[in-house]
Design a binder for this molecule. Structure first.
Ligand code: ATP
Ligand code: MG
Length: 472
């Protein structure tokens, strides 16, 4: 035996590890979102330093028991990137491609993980700068213990991509994946997740189709009055360690400050309640939508969320060209609450929320209608539009470079007229049939809102009593 010979130990990851471990911690829906993330990163890179016109881009997703298919027109994968980076499991430190753009890709696993999660036979087709090629990830490659290089095969004549973009197709789906892809409720979950997570891109005109149905964005907005001294949301913006943090908290379109339970209100409340609470964006992706838990500070120095606050919507956005500085976990669908930038933002989020908690308390015993006039000239706006609108007002510039607008301090929030005797709520229920009958008598139609029917009854009796008083 040669004692000078140093033995060496094998220290490379096994494929088995990658395929089974890496895919375990991500849900199927999140794996699909990862593929859409790649399309959007592609669109950003293709635009260079220019603004992306998302209305010119489409992402088409099709899923059924036999295959998964995603196609985009976002520029494709350049050949040298395919050779050196795209199919590597994990990013190399020398891969500094995105240091100038607000892309979200950072680990170099998303695409591979999504493919391995779904099935055993995949093909990635790219069309970039007139160069068309495909890369098969075959069952044979997966079964082979060696990390062999993947073939890059020219495919000029392939007509499935007619403009620069990427197609990923996965076949030989795992049985559980196949079952999900043929389930309507799973398809619906995918649509909801896309409508929430990519709402900003969809609102800017991006077309995403899932099994031939276009996905619509979830709108998360706060009311801003057009009048400069009219009510406006709380606004805060500051750059913290290379991350631009923007916060707004205000009223949502539910408008109501009432807490009673008639049908119309219930409908309004449900509509606004899903986006009430906190929504957090990181580089334009909504990481959480309408959170009403301790995660975003409810019940932590401020009251727990309940019905009275269903009119309050808060939006926080983190933007950075260094995606690793964003307060998100490795799956990119959850907050990294241990991050410094999140802790700092939370302090301001609480401050903004306090404004509206106090406001809803102030108005609790006054009818909704008393406040409506103050909000008449207001419009629901997204975070960036709200900041743009409020920035035209007299915002406070802080010494640390932050800007802030606190509607309480600026005295722009309506206060109830305390000279008027305060009101009390009247709440009662009656069978729908009876409400219809009374509605028919009072309004010549049977479908007037129950609250309006009740209010009218009250008004008639009150007017009668006032008339009697005068005649006496
Ligand atoms: N649809 C696409 N359009 C353009 N390029 C793509 C597309 N999909 C993948 N790529 C290329 O493949 C690379 C690898 O994608 P992958 O999702 O595995 O990692 P990543 O996006 O770099 O990082 P992360 O793991 O954080 O998502 C991307 O960096 C990109 O260059
Ligand atoms: Mg990615």
């Amino acid at each position: 035996m040669n004692t000078n010979q140093q033995d060496t130990a094998i220290a490379i990851p096994t494929k088995e590890f990658f395929v089974s471990m890496l895919t375990r911690d991500i849900s199927l829906v999140d794996a699909i979102l990862d593929l859409v993330d790649n399309c959007l990163d592609g669109a950003l890179r293709a635009a260079g330093n220019n603004q992306v016109d998302y209305s010119r881009h489409s992402v088409i997703i099709e899923m059924n028991a036999d295959r998964f298919f995603i196609k985009d027109d976002c520029g494709g994968i350049p050949r040298d990137i395919a050779i050196n980076y795209a199919f590597k499991m994990g990013r190399e430190p020398d891969d500094i491609r995105d240091s100038e753009s607000e892309t979200i890709g950072m680990y170099g696993v998303g695409m591979k993980r999504a493919i391995f999660k779904m099935g055993r036979d995949a093909i990635v087709l790219s069309y970039h700068n007139g160069d068309k090629f495909h890369v098969p990830i075959s069952p044979e490659w997966l079964d082979n213990k060696e990390w062999e290089r993947l073939p890059i095969i020219n495919s000029e004549s392939d007509e499935s991509l007619d403009s620069p973009g990427t197609i990923i197709e996965v076949k030989s789906l795992y049985p559980s994946v196949s079952r999900h892809f043929e389930s309507d409720s799973f398809i619906n979950d995918v649509k909801i997740a896309i409508g929430e997570h990519f709402t900003m891109f969809l609102q800017r005109g991006l077309n995403i189709e899932v099994n031939q149905a276009q996905v619509s964005p979830v709108r998360v907005e706060v009311l801003v009055s057009e009048a400069k001294d009219g009510p406006a949301p709380f606004i805060y913006q500051k750059v913290i360690d290379g991350v631009t943090v923007s916060i707004t908290v205000g009223l949502n379109t539910g408008k109501s400050l009432d807490d009673d339970d008639d049908d119309i209100l219930e409908f309004e409340r449900n509509r606004s309640a899903s986006t009430a609470g906190w929504t957090v964006f990181c580089n334009d992706r909504a990481v959480i939508v309408g959170d009403k838990s301790r995660l975003t500070g409810w019940g932590d120095g401020i009251p727990m969320y309940h019905g009275q606050y269903s009119v309050i919507t808060g939006i926080v956005e983190f933007r950075s060209v260094s995606a690793d500085k964003l307060p998100i976990t490795t799956t990119k669908r959850a907050l990294d609450t241990s991050s410094e930038v999140w802790s700092e933002a939370k302090i301001k989020m609480r401050e903004g929320l306090r404004v509206w908690i106090d406001h809803t308390n102030t108005w609790k015993n006054y009818p909704r209608s008393d406040q409506t006039k103050y909000w008449e000239s207001s419009k629901p706006l997204s975070l960036s539009k709200a900041i743009e609108a409020v920035a035209k007002r007299d915002v406070t510039n802080k010494h640390d470079g932050a800007i802030e607008y606190n509607p309480t301090k600026k005295k722009v929030l309506p206060v109830p007229d305390t000279k008027k005797p305060s009101s009390r709520k009247i709440v009662f229920s009656r069978p729908i049939e009876e409400i219809r009958v009374v509605s028919g008598i009072l309004f010549d139609r049977e479908d007037e809102a129950p609250s309006a029917v009740g209010e009218k009854c009250f008004q008639i009796v009150l007017e009668r009593s006032q008339k009697n008083d005068k005649e006496r």
